[in-house]
Design a protein around this ligand. Structure first.
Ligand code: G
Ligand code: G
Ligand code: G
Ligand code: MN
Ligand code: NA
Length: 249
């Protein structure tokens, strides 16, 4: 298919960009880091969203090269931010199946000089259920590098609650679909339940898709640790890139 061919040349043609969306600590209100979000500027189709092309990249195997590119780019960029800021990078299920993923992550940390404690990898529930034992082994090795792991899109996949306690997660990210329905009492009950679950397992919870002050109030009241969403900021160019551009002017 054309899109698969085009994707193969996207890196070399400089069509991929990484945007960064702020994540805030709710207790202090301070910026804690950014999530790296990939964008593809296709020469004729315009902006293609990752929802459309990640699946294609997974089918063709291009995800390995793209995933490495994003990780390297994000680590390199984060190296020039304030040292307390972390960067969160999405790993696809297929990448997790790459045999040398631990070596890839380690190599990129060494090359870019980013402290492992500043990198967080986001993995979906679906990515780990395919082969639980293998996933558990991999996650332990990744954590052995000093990198942290967040479970992404929590509440939408096929995991069981058992996964939560048997895997060494450092963060739970509540999927934005729950926040988007937060005027609905059932969606609110789910948000509260996930926050309570995080508290009892002692795993910090980040809420995604926070758009309004009233959503933020609900989260604070329920003891949510971190939040991310348009209320705080949309995905944008790296803060250090913006600073470099300003310097040049
Ligand atoms: O930024 P946006 O809302 O368009 O992202 C849509 C989806 O694409 C999200 O589920 C997000 O996790 C995924 N995504 C964004 N960037 C990357 C990436 O670099 N790698 C992978 N595997 N998924 C990504
Ligand atoms: O060799 P070096 O000093 O760069 O290693 C730093 C840390 O990363 C060490 O704790 C080492 O165990 C770990 N490490 C180095 N290379 C690899 C690797 O290829 N795979 C894994 N899983 N860990 C590695
Ligand atoms: O990796 P993950 O599936 O969590 O991807 C996050 C996605 O959510 C990104 O595509 C990002 O653009 C999108 N997003 C981030 N904040 C908001 C928000 O406040 N509202 C909505 N609708 N989408 C958001
Ligand atoms: Mn994510
Ligand atoms: Na999500």
């Amino acid at each position: 298919r054309q899109i698969a061919n085009d994707l193969r040349q996207a890196i070399d043609r400089d069509e991929l960009t990484v945007l960064y969306q702020p994540q805030h600590c709710l207790a202090t209100g301070e910026l804690s880091g950014y999530e790296a979000l990939l964008r593809w500027h296709h020469p004729t189709r315009g902006l293609v969203r990752p929802d459309e092309f990640i699946v294609v990249a997974e089918e063709t195997g291009e995800i390995f090269r793209i995933g490495e590119w994003v990780l390297r780019e994000a680590c390199r960029e984060a190296r020039s931010w304030a040292p307390e800021l972390k960067v969160a990078v999405n790993l696809s299920a297929v990448q997790l199946g790459q045999t040398d993923i631990v070596e890839v992550v380690h190599g990129i940390l060494v090359d870019t000089g980013l402290s492992p404690s500043r990198l967080e990898l986001e993995i979906t529930e679906t990515a780990i259920i395919a082969d639980k034992l293998r996933a558990l082994h991999l996650l332990r090795r990744i954590k052995g590098l000093g990198v942290s792991i967040a479970i992404d899109d929590f509440g939408t996949g096929y995991s069981s609650l058992d996964t939560l306690h048997s895997f060494p997660f450092d963060k739970i990210k509540i999927d934005k679909s729950f926040l988007m329905k937060s005027d609905n009492a059932q969606a609110r009950a789910i948000i509260k339940a996930v926050l309570a679950l995080g508290q009892s397992l002692q795993v910090p919870v980040l809420a995604e898709g926070v758009e309004t002050a009233s959503q933020l109030d609900l989260l604070k009241e329920q003891g949510c640790d971190e939040a991310q969403g348009y209320y705080f900021g949309r995905p944008g160019l790296s803060p250090s890139l913006l600073a470099r551009q300003a310097d040049r002017q």
